[in-house]
Design a protein around this ligand. Structure first.
Ligand code: ADP
Ligand code: MG
Length: 554
């Protein structure tokens, strides 16, 4: 074979590596979770390809991950008999950044020079490159299933790597071997006790069995059985089991705020294990972010790219395991599958139902979820007409009357003033500024509650023609005309509908001065303290939406 060739990492990889190695990130253990999850992914990819090409399995059909320790040489080896990589695969996978989230992650780091880096890494599935937190050299030897060549990749993580062909006798018969030359201060990763502890804590539920060898050539001992957690009975699963599984499937470090585990029977048979995370992923509003539910068919991993839930539930992590889909369903066919369509509907319904149940049983826990993901859920108000009612029921708002607490629309409608026929809101992008907006004066003076809507998405759903309990949503900048119907609180004098002569003269002056810049100038009921405010026409774009669209250059 030709001598290995030296290449430099793509610029983003070099940056990521630098960050990973130089951040004082204390939880170095995660490198193992990343390697095991890659090994498990490789086994699952092979299982999937073998459905159409059983010969790929040869005489070694059972997936396995093996950890081999070599304390004398300060070495740790992670090996799998999965799909493997060709030389070209290696260059693509281990020299560039392919994962979609990484770019967004890097941008966050760039924008955040304040040293939030270590914390961000913690939130992020750090991937293969995390090996360089513990190793000063890493060799990856691999042979692609069905391939007749082996390849070796090697790097010290400092800007370049070498890659070339390897002899077949140096490589696994099929799959990938990752050899870590551990740094002096990371030598405990070649000890059985440490590794067993980490595997149990992080990877105990990966769907491939894991064995450990105390030293090269020793007898393998199984430390995780590879049984799929979601196929077990709920009574056999502890909260910790769920949390561990969540962390390994989501690559996150937080806990699930809500866990959903059930089996649907009837027209379609499938299992669902899904989680609402506790914290917000950094790429939640990245336009490239797609759903994160994995699709399995009879315990075989099919894809994590099918959109199994509507976009406004893109923060939900977990999996759906169908018993009805054919195993050989192609990834392309998936989006058109009627069975999956029905499953998507069923699971969406269930997720919203569980959120609603939680809201009823533990309002505080639910409020936390809303605080984190409410802005995403609200996208459903204009995207999912069918579930608008359910979503309006789940929605929570801060209002001029809530004193910082969350209110439901039911609360709001229960507190309507006499003659009040609409739900009033004010949009903006800063809650504190909204609260002191002069637009609210006339409403305050009448004791009318106003929803404070600080999220971008708010400007879209409120103008989608939605109503709640027969009451339309009306912007305070558009609803002022209604105000004279509602009496002022505490006996204040209702201003006369007729503007005084002085005011009429002033209005004429302002109209003349501003000319085309305004469409009208009027005396108004809405102000009690401020002299003037800007409003949108009664029928037209909301002011906040107008600003947003102007900002996006439309
Ligand atoms: P991710 O797993 O999110 O794609 P990683 O940085 O962990 O990101 O891995 C990058 C890529 O390297 C994987 O997508 C895969 O193509 C390849 N890879 C890593 N480890 C293995 C392995 N054990 N077997 C096969 N391919 C692997
Ligand atoms: Mg990975």
């Amino acid at each position: 074979a030709a001598a290995p060739e030296s290449r430099t990492f793509e610029a983003d990889v070099a940056k990521l590596l630098h960050l990973m190695v130089h951040s004082v990130y204390s939880d170095k253990d995660v490198f193992l979770r990343e390697l095991i999850s890659n090994a498990a992914d490789a086994c699952e990819k092979l299982r999937y390809e073998a459905i159409a090409h059983p010969a790929l399995l040869g005489d070694d059909p059972k997936p396995r991950i093996t950890l081999t320790l070599d304390a004398d040489n300060r070495r740790l080896t992670v090996e799998d008999n999965g799909i493997g990589m060709s030389l070209a695969d290696m260059v693509e996978a281990l020299g560039t950044i392919a994962r979609s989230g990484t770019k967004a992650f890097m941008e966050r780091i760039e924008a955040n020079k304040a040293g939030e880096g270590a914390q961000l890494i913690g939130q992020f599935g750090v991937g293969f490159y995390s090996v360089f937190m513990v190793a000063d050299r890493v060799d990856v030897v691999s042979r692609r299933a069905g391939g007749d060549e082996a390849a070796i990749w090697s790097s010290d993580g400092k800007g370049s790597y070498t890659v070339g062909h390897a002899g077949l006798d140096e490589a696994p018969v099929r799959g990938t071997r990752v050899v870590l030359h551990l740094m002096e201060d990371a030598k405990s990763y070649a000890e059985r006790f440490t590794l067993e502890r980490i595997v149990k804590a992080q990877s105990g539920h990966v769907p491939v069995p894991i064995a450990i060898l105390d030293k090269p050539g020793a007898e393998p001992a199984e430390i995780a059985d590879g049984a799929a957690l979601w196929t077990k009975a709920k009574s056999e699963i502890s909260e910790d089991d769920y949390a561990d599984f969540y962390r390994s499937v989501a690559g996150q470090f937080d806990k699930p705020a809500l866990t959903l585990h059930y089996r649907a029977e009837g027209r379609h048979e499938y299992s669902v294990l899904a989680f609402v995370p506790e914290t917000k992923p950094f790429d939640l509003f990245d336009p490239d972010r797609h759903g994160r539910m994995k699709l399995y068919v009879k315990r075989i991993f099919i894809t994590d790219e099918a959109e199994l839930l509507p976009r406004y539930l893109r923060f939900v992590r977990g999996l759906i395991d169908s018993a009805d889909l054919p195993l050989n369903v192609s990834r392309e066919m998936i989006q058109e599958s009627a069975i999956l369509g029905a499953i998507k509907k069923g699971v969406t319904h269930r997720v919203l139902g569980e959120l609603d149940k939680l809201a009823a049983s533990d309002a505080e826990a639910y409020a936390k979820i809303w605080e984190t993901f409410g802005a995403v859920l609200k996208e459903g108000l204009y995207e999912d007409f069918e579930r608008r009612e359910a979503l309006l029921g789940l929605a929570r708002f801060k209002t001029t009357a809530s004193g910082g607490a969350w209110r439901t629309l039911k609360d709001y409608v229960g507190a309507l003033k006499d003659n009040q026929t609409a739900i009033y809101y004010v949009t903006g992008n800063d809650l504190e500024r909204l609260e002191v907006s002069p637009q609210l004066e006339g409403f305050r003076a009448r004791g009318i509650e106003v929803l404070l809507l600080p999220d971008q998405v708010d400007s879209f759903w409120v103008t989608a023609g939605i109503d709640y309990d027969g009451k339309p949503f009306k912007s305070v900048t558009q609803g002022a005309a209604d105000l004279h119907l509602i009496p002022l609180a505490d006996g204040q004098q209702q201003p006369s509908a007729e503007a005084s002569e002085a005011v009429t003269g002033f209005i004429a002056f302002v109209k003349l001065t501003l000319g085309d810049q305004v469409s009208d100038v009027r005396a108004s009921d809405r102000l009690t303290e401020s002299a003037v405010c800007l409003v949108a026409p009664d029928h037209g774009m909301d002011r906040q939406l107008e600003k947003l669209l102007a900002g996006s250059g439309r």
